[in-house]
Ligand binder design. Structure first.
Ligand SMILES: [Mn+2]
Length: 182
């Protein structure tokens, strides 16, 4: 069983959740899936409220590391909040380097912080669990369509002793120089 889980809630806004249950096997999967259910049921809350609420909701489980990424209805603003070893890389005109707070959701979360960024058409963003080595350079994969890109990152940088998750999106619309992004 995969100890990681992903939830993507698409309404006016888009919410992407990546969770890595502590350890591996069924108990890790139980934790990450419980986290994702909470996200699905509470997708309209603020990111920090989702994480705090989930932390008490899943306290009977081993707990998870998580990353939550929201793209607003305009598609122009991205917000991120996370706990533990979930990482984000982006190729954008802006510097997008959010960090996760220390802790384990479901066990102890002391402090949360969210990060807000402006997005532009063509921006490419990857959010991934620590089963993917963070040494990869997302910019080198830019020429690929998003599914191929996620597959390539998993194939080239997935660790073989951990569950691995990688979600990639590219913002649609016309880029500033008039090119349509792939
Ligand atoms: Mn992991």
């Amino acid at each position: 069983m995969c100890g990681d889980a992903v939830e993507i809630v698409r309404a006016e806004e888009t919410l992407i959740a990546v969770a890595d249950g502590l350890g591996h096997g069924p108990e890790a999967a139980d934790a990450s899936q419980a986290f994702c259910r909470y996200v699905q049921d509470n997708a309209s809350l603020g990111l920090e409220d989702i994480i705090m609420g989930a932390s008490s909701e899943i306290s009977r489980t081993r707990g998870v590391a998580c990353g939550l990424l929201r793209i607003d209805a305009s598609g122009k603003v991205m917000t991120f909040a996370g706990v533990g070893n979930i990482d984000v890389q982006a190729v954008s005109v802006n510097d997008i380097h959010p960090i996760c707070m220390p802790g384990i959701v479901g066990q102890r979360v002391r402090k949360l912080q969210s990060f807000e960024y402006e997005l532009h058409p063509g921006d490419l963003v990857a959010i991934y669990s620590d089963g993917i080595s963070s040494r990869f350079d997302l910019g080198k994969f830019c020429h690929l369509a998003v599914q191929e890109l996620a597959d390539a990152i998993l194939a080239d940088y997935g660790k073989n002793h951990d569950d691995a998750t990688c979600v990639v999106f590219r913002l649609a619309g016309e880029t500033d120089d008039g090119r349509a992004p792939r």
